[in-house]
Structure formats: structure tokens, C-alpha cells
Design a binder for this molecule. Structure first.
Ligand code: MG
Ligand code: MG
Length: 272
């Protein structure tokens, strides 16, 4: 059952989304060769707790850490460890937090130093596909319209769209209805309505869309060992249109990047 949110609840969810957005902004300064994902996990946990929030993933379905840390060919759900990142890696960081009874859930794939041109293009296309999907998140459209837009954008460029893991409704639970697949058919699936809040999160592979799972019971990897990217935003439908609750602007500020990609989805000014 889809739980639509009131305007007041959406404003509380914006706070939760901004906690995870700021967390990724802090991590953006720390992602570099020689740093371990476990070190980054501790920074994130400390910051989230300092914001009167609690880590959203820690203990959720028994996940052992604050962040999902998925380098290179890992798609999602990687477990932080003490192995240092190295020049040329990519690292997908997924962060959840619970504040005021509502979850935020946000992800970004970072480059560690200089990365290959083909990997840069994969990251850019995955992020752009997220916005292609968000553009379709309008009242009256259907879940399949969002998935179709993401899938088409990525497959037109030769990338593999992961099928087994999907976006989701977000609220008092981390995973609410409806599921938001990154593939689909136009005009199919549940109807989108005002007050819905969802996490859209394309997981896009450089090669095959097929995946496998490590014996740790968590880590998802690409079947062909090629890189995978993951970007995730939290969006509400307000007055029929998508309203971005999370933001990558803290990351861009930390990295010294000017970027106005979010402006078309933001009707409330963001003060950073
Ligand atoms: Mg997430
Ligand atoms: Mg999610």
C-alpha cells in the first residue's frame, strides 16, 4: 500500500534527506587513495549521530555498518572494510539515516583520483539517467514511465541496467511501496500521485546487466567484473511535479564543482 505524505511530513523528510546529503558532502572531501571504506563509515556514523539522527542501514535486515560501500565491480550492498582505496577506483557510497521518524536514503559514485574515460562516462550517464527518471515522476504518470526513461537512456548508450535491485517508496520505513524499477514499460505500473515520496536509484553496469552475490550474503557484483555506478535521490511529488528532497550540492561544493543540474527539480531554495 502506498503511504502518501502530508506537506508537514514531506518537510520532515527533507530534513532526513539533507542529513544524508550532508554526510556524503563530508565524505566527498575524504575519498582519496589510501583511505579505507571502514574509516569513511566511522566518519559517517559520527556525523549522522551528531545530527540527532541514527544510521538507517546499521542493523537494518542485520546489515553490519552505517554505509554500503561498493567499489569498482560491486554494484551495491558492499560491506566497509580496512582495505585502502587506490587511484583509479570508483566507490559507490549509499547512506541512510532516520530522523524524526523518517528515513533519508542517498547514494553517489565517487572517482578516486583519476579514472578511466569509459568509467567517467558511465558515472555521468548513470547520474543523468536518474534525472531522466525524475522528470517522469509526475502525478498521473505511472511507475513504468520512470523506469522506461532510465532504461532507455542507459541501454541506448550500451550499458546494462540491473534488474534485481530497484528503487522504492520511502517514509517511516526505508522500503515502502511502490517498488521503482530502473526498467519498465511506458504507461504500466502503479499510478503516481501527489504526496508520494520515493527513492530513485539507477544501478548501471558498464557491461552486462547480470549480477552475482558474494558469499557474505550482501555484496552484489557485476557478473563480468566490469564497473558499476549507483546514484540515488529522494523525491516527493508536490503540486503534480517532482520536488527534490536530497541534494548532491554538498558533494559539489566539497569538490569545487559548479553544477545546476538540480535546479529544475527544486521549488524550495536550498541554503548550503
Ligand atoms: Mg540507498
Ligand atoms: Mg534506496
Amino acid at each position: 500500500m502506498i503511504k502518501v505524505k502530508t506537506r508537514e511530513e514531506i518537510e520532515l523528510m527533507r530534513e532526513s534527506a539533507l542529513v544524508v546529503s550532508r554526510t556524503l558532502g563530508i565524505l566527498a572531501k575524504e575519498v582519496k587513495p589510501g583511505v579505507s571504506t571502514l574509516f569513511l563509515d566511522k566518519i559517517a556514523e559520527e556525523y549522522i549521530r551528531s545530527q540527532d539522527a541514527i544510521p538507517g542501514f546499521l542493523g537494518l535486515y542485520d546489515f553490519p555498518n552505517t554505509l554500503c560501500m561498493s567499489p569498482n565491480s560491486q554494484v551495491v550492498h558492499g560491506i566497509p572494510n580496512d582495505k585502502p582505496l587506490k587511484e583509479g577506483d570508483i566507490i559507490s557510497i549509499d547512506c541512510g539515516a532516520l530522523k524524526n521518524g523518517f528515513y533519508g536514503d542517498h547514494a553517489f559514485t565517487f572517482a578516486v583520483g583519476e579514472i578511466k574515460e569509459e568509467t567517467k562516462k558511465l558515472l555521468q550517464a548513470t547520474k543523468e539517467s536518474l534525472y531522466e527518471g525524475i522528470r517522469k515522476l509526475k502525478a498521473g504518470n505511472r511507475v513504468g514511465d520512470v523506469g522506461f526513461a532510465i532504461q532507455k537512456y542507459c541501454e541506448d548508450r550500451g550499458y546494462g541496467v540491473v534488474r534485481e535491485l530497484v528503487g522504492h517508496g520511502l517514509g517511516k520505513k526505508m522500503h515502502e511501496d511502490p517498488e521503482m524499477p530502473n526498467y519498465g514499460k511506458r504507461g504500466r505500473g502503479k499510478k503516481l500521485v501527489n504526496g508520494m515520496v520515493v527513492a530513485i536509484e539507477p544501478m548501471i553496469n558498464l557491461g552486462t546487466h547480470r549480477i552475482k552475490q558474494l558469499s557474505d550474503g550482501w555484496t552484489i557484483l557485476t557478473k563480468d567484473g566490469k564497473p558499476s555506478a549507483h546514484f540515488e535521490h529522494n523525491i516527493a511529488i508536490v503540486n503534480g511535479n517532482p520536488e527534490l528532497l536530497s541534494t548532491f550540492q554538498y558533494i559539489y561544493k566539497a569538490l569545487g564543482i559548479e553544477n545546476n543540474e538540480e535546479n529544475e527539480f527544486r521549488h524550495t531554495p536550498l541554503l548550503i
